[in-house]
Every structure is written in C-alpha cells, then in structure tokens.
Design a protein around this ligand. Structure first.
Ligand code: GAR
Length: 224
C-alpha cells in the first residue's frame, strides 16, 4: 500500500517466459501483495510474459529495440512508457538487457531485479551454469536494487538452495526458480509497505514503514 492507501503501481520488464511475473500476478490475486500492474513491458514481441499480462488484464507493451538507434535511445523510450503509466517501482523479471546509467539514475532506488544466484557470486548470464561449473554446494536467488553495474546493487533479500551432485542446469534452475517465486513478491511487498531503506550498500528492513517525510518518493526507500 502506498501512503495514499492505493496499491503500489509496479511496472514489470520481462523478456521471456515470465514465470516470475506470474508469481507476482498470483500473489496480488491471493491478496498477499498490495500492488497493481501499471504496465508490463517487453523487448520481445513474442514474450510469454506479455501474454500472461494480457490474460491478467494488465497493460502489456512491446518496445522494439530495432526502432531505436542505440541503447540510450531505447532506455529513454522505456522510461517514457514507465512515466506515462505512473510506475512507482520497476521490477526486472528476466529482462535480458543491461539498462544504462541514465535509466538507473532517473529511477534511483526504484528499480529491483531478481537474479538466480547468491550475489555477488555469479553475476551476468547463465548464473546457474556458472554455479555448476564452479562446483559450489549452495546457490540460490537474490532480489536487489539496480545500480549502474551488472547485478551489483544493494541486496534486499536472498535465499539458498543446495546444489546436488547430479544436478544439471535445468534441475538447478528449477530448484532456484521455486525460491525466486517466493522471494520476489516478498521483496516487492516490503517496498510497498515502505519498509526498505537503502544506506550505501545495505538495505535496512524496518519493522514499520519508513516515515513518509524521509522517503525519497511515496512508498519508496530512502537512499543515502
Ligand atoms: C529467472 O531465473 C531470473 O532470475 C533470470 O531469468 C529467469 C527468468 O525467468 N534472470 C536473470 O538471469 C537476470 N540476470 P522467468 O521469465 O520465468 O521469470
């Protein structure tokens, strides 16, 4: 809930299957996440995520990278859609593009990402493959605020899963995905409840809403 008593307006950016988007849809439907979809955006016209959004009745927008001359122009186009739909929190959910510094600065403290590893281990692509190749015995999932690096921003929540001797990329990904589906709605809920405060690299989770006179934006965390 925002301080105005309205459900938090979230914008989800997704490139593919959209199972994390579905977990967010389901949490809202169950009444465990006080949020609403302002918009779902994809860089792929055929993304299953767009279909899931439409089925739910959420605005679903394809922004075609080919229509823009470079990354900055594309990011600016994304920002326009986000602003038009009055998004309060942007959630990256399997969005397979790196967002530039301009985008991140414009939305400082208001962009979250989910990543299939225990960051800072295995950032970037194919995190589950990286974990298997490295031989770790534990991996997991991380929800973090997005900063200007790749998967380097302040960590909101994490949870671990075992890596089993006969795991393949598929079996490990599936085990991690179960955690992701729990973790992302929980992290968004903390944001919606105004309980997150960013202090440098750390995200403090308050038991109560951060006083609205100190938050950078309604419902959003304070960044120091
Ligand atoms: C998820 O495992 C997510 O953590 C990962 O892509 C998958 C998307 O699945 N994201 C990244 O690797 C970002 N670096 P989904 O489309 O079913 O939500």
């Amino acid at each position: 809930m925002s301080p105005r008593g309205e459900a938090l307006r979230i914008g989800v950016l997704a490139s593919g299957r959209g199972s994390n988007l579905q977990a967010i849809i389901d949490a809202i439907a169950r009444g465990t996440l006080p949020a609403q979809f302002a918009v779902v955006i994809s860089d792929r016209e055929d993304a299953r995520a767009l279909e899931r959004a439409r089925t739910h009745g959420a605005p679903a927008v394809f922004v075609n990278p080919k229509d823009y001359r470079d990354h900055n122009a594309y990011d600016a186009a994304l920002l326009r859609v986000i602003e038009q739909h009055r998004v309060e929190l942007v959630c990256l959910a399997g969005f397979m593009r790196i967002l530039g510094a301009g985008f991140v600065r414009a939305l400082a403290g208001r962009v979250m990402n989910i990543h299939p590893s225990l960051l800072p281990a295995f950032p970037g692509l194919a995190a589950q493959r990286q974990a298997l190749d490295h031989g770790v015995r534990i991996s997991g999932a991380t929800v973090h605020f997005v900063d200007e690096g790749v998967d380097t921003g302040p960590i909101v929540v994490q949870d671990a899963v075992p890596v089993l001797p006969d795991d393949t990329e598929e079996t490990l990904s599936a085990r991690i995905l179960e955690v992701e589906h729990r973790l992302y709605p929980a992290a968004i809920r903390l944001f919606a409840e105004g309980r997150l405060q960013i202090s440098g690299r750390r995200v403090e989770i308050r038991t109560q809403r951060v006083d609205s006179s100190t938050v950078g934006r309604e419902g959003g965390p304070t960044a120091n």
